[in-house]
Design a binder for this molecule. Structure first.
Ligand code: ATR
Length: 274
């Protein structure tokens, strides 16, 4: 059988860790396949997606800045992509280009692994109202979290999301007293990334049973997670979200559901810290 080929595209894409993740699984499961990073400029994305079949590519991942453009360009979308308004996984099926979103699966899978039972922990406070926030809110709703509080610097964006997700989701312009009874605090903004020492929110006001997680994973311990840990709270870093979101795509393109193992995590941690 012909070699199975998949890709990740973004702009820039050189620093993507996805080729390492999928390459690890391809080798581990002895699959005759490739997964390569392809840099595509925004203005070339439509032509690139139109040429997948001809290039022998079965599908791939799309990342910044293509997730919302790809959403508009695909022929069909899965339910999560429709709700979130962005795609991160593409696959061809009988000549039809499908777009799906597995970021929410990555978020839930990461907490399932490191904080089992998390969804029953009580109200959730979500910092940020962009694409990543939509994936997180979808995951929270899917897992039955009943009280989701979106906090965003630009309040109208939070309101837009609260309207989009409906019952149980509220919008706020500041954290204020929202943490006092919260069981989960999630940072979906880029605050804390690449050595930014700003605190996305002060976790000091959270109850003792609260879990704090960040979707930023460079550095692995963001200022928010460091402050939460110092306060004695359970923390989960964002790397697991990246690892778990990769699972559905790999299974579609290569026909094997891969495992997110400590060995895989160690390999990517070494890459981040190296
Ligand atoms: P993504 O798709 O990765 O979520 P995005 O759509 O650009 O990215 O959203 C970024 C989010 O981070 C937004 O909620 C943004 O707040 P605004 O809507 O007010 O812009 C938030 N964000 C980014 N930098 C921030 C900062 N320095 N302080 C507060 N919020 C910030």
């Amino acid at each position: 059988m012909a070699e199975k080929k998949a890709f990740v595209t973004g702009h820039p894409i050189a620093h993507s860790r996805s080729p390492k993740i999928h390459g690890h699984w391809l080798a581990k499961y002895g699959i005759d396949g490739t997964y390569q990073a392809i840099d595509v400029r925004p203005e070339d994305l439509a032509a690139f997606l139109g040429s997948l079949d001809k290039s022998g590519l079965r599908g791939g991942n799309v990342t910044i800045p293509h997730k919302e453009t790809a959403f508009a360009l695909v022929d069909r979308r899965d339910e999560a992509a429709e709700i979130i308004g962005a795609v991160n996984t593409l696959w061809l099926e009988d000549g039809v280009l499908w777009g799906g979103n597995s970021d929410w699966i990555g978020f839930a899978g990461n907490l399932d692994q490191y904080a089992p039972g998390w969804a029953a922990n009580g109200p959730a406070v979500v910092l940020g109202a962009g694409g990543a926030s939509r994936a997180v809110i979808h995951a929270l709703k899917q897992r039955g979290v009943k009280d989701i509080r979106i906090v965003n610097r630009t309040l109208p964006r939070a309101r837009e999301l609260a309207d989009r997700f409906g019952a149980g989701v509220s919008a706020h312009g500041a954290v204020g007293e929202l943490l006092a009874d919260a069981g989960l605090l999630v940072n979906t903004t880029s605050i804390g990334m690449h050595g930014d020492a700003t605190l996305a929110a002060d976790p000091g006001g959270l109850p003792d049973h609260a879990i704090v997680t960040d979707i930023v994973y460079v550095p692995l311990e963001t200022p928010l997670l460091a402050a939460a840990r110092a306060r004695g709270l359970k923390t989960v870093d964002g790397l697991g979200m990246l690892l778990h979101q990769a699972v559905p795509g790999f299974e579609r393109w290569f026909g094997k559901k891969p495992e997110v193992t400590p060995e895989l995590r160690r390999m990517i941690v070494a890459d981040i810290e190296g």
